[in-house]
Design a protein around this ligand. Structure first.
Ligand SMILES: Cc1cc2nc3c(=O)[nH]c(=O)nc-3n(C[C@H](O)[C@H](O)[C@H](O)COP(=O)(O)O)c2cc1C
Length: 184
């Protein structure tokens, strides 16, 4: 797909079924993510792939988080749906506050761009996806499972798979760009 077409037609989809990307496709996706703009070449992020048995582990972890954070029944009920996706990739911003040349916000943004890189690469390979966060990302059990240090931040849970419905409209959204742009 043409790059501009990919960028202007990208859209999220939560209705996902198998297959998810295989190992070779995942390698391509991560290569794309690792080309994210990166001040200081820090690669300030880590990716956690969750599939197969990992999804059951994730469900247990999310139940622990829901209990810890006293989330309501609605949130508890979402867990099975989240873990029924064929693949989830967790994106952790690995923040090093001691690098004076690259402030924490720059490292965080770089991790966010890496998450977007995963989305775009996955879509280009024919896999739909959606970026979620929710309160889960603050839960101790999830942070521990993702290997977070105190300063790290879970910036994305990317649900990835194949579109459950054959025809998802992908018309180019025409937004009035003038509302977002000015000239100095
Ligand atoms: C940092 C971040 C966190 C998000 N968290 C959620 C979320 O928890 N639940 C959700 O439904 N959408 C969430 N979204 C929004 C979706 O990923 C998606 O962008 C939105 O539904 C708009 O759809 P579109 O991407 O097709 O325009 C989040 C997006 C970002 C960038």
């Amino acid at each position: 797909m043409d790059t501009l077409e990919l960028l202007t037609t990208r859209r999220s989809n939560k209705k996902l079924v198998a297959p998810a990307p295989n190992q070779a496709q995942l390698a391509q996706i991560f290569q794309a993510a690792l080309r994210t703009p990166d001040h200081g070449r820090l690669h300030p992020y880590h990716f956690i792939v969750i599939e197969n048995d990992g999804l059951q582990k994730l469900a247990t972890i999310l139940r622990e988080v829901a209990t810890e954070l006293q989330l309501d029944e609605k949130q508890f009920n979402k867990i099975d749906g989240i873990c029924a996706k064929p693949m989830i990739i967790g994106v952790v911003a690995k923040i090093n506050p001691e690098i004076s040349k690259v402030p924490e916000w720059e490292q965080l943004i770089s991790a966010g761009c890496a998450a977007y890189g995963i989305q775009l690469a996955a879509q280009n390979l024919g896999f739909d996806n959606v970026w979620i966060t929710g309160k889960w990302t603050e839960g101790k059990a999830l942070r521990q499972a993702f290997g977070c240090s105190a300063q790290d931040k879970i910036v994305a849970l990317l649900m990835i798979g194949t579109a459950a419905e054959e025809k998802l409209e992908r018309e180019i959204k025409q937004i009035d760009t003038q509302d977002f742009v000015s000239y100095l």
